[in-house]
Design a protein around this ligand. Sequence first.
Ligand SMILES: [Zn+2]
Ligand SMILES: [Zn+2]
Length: 145
Amino acid sequence: MAITGGCLCGAVRFKIEADAPLWVRQCWCRVCQYVGAGGATVNAMFRKNEVATSGPLTDYVSQADSGSTMHRRFCARCGTPMFTEAEPRPHLIGVRVGTLDDPNLAKPSAIIWTKSAPIWAFFDPDLPQTEGQPSAPPGAQGQRP
Ligand SMILES: [Zn+2]
Ligand SMILES: [Zn+2]
């Protein structure tokens, strides 16, 4: 089974050869508030070699609050945030969950960077929270059971 998705205008599409993400986290870091239009981003992690993309992507390179150099790719035509990649972890890719054809596939299991969130942010009390950058979760090496 494959997971599919794309941007708002349809110029960028992707196909992921996996049944499920390695993990899904909601991120309230300050950069994600720009990307997420005020809210958190929700990011589903996959092995990079599972993801095939087509269409025009623009890469915005910046430093994360964690210190890592990040590549954030968005549709060159409609601007939809699509992917996030950290240089220290080149085998992984984060997919913005709003781009999945079925966002129900990617329920967050943790909330990170809560200390950067605005005072009106709501955190699901059933999910573990981390104030800043968390340690790497199981699956961070990209292994699948
Ligand atoms: Zn687009
Ligand atoms: Zn973030």
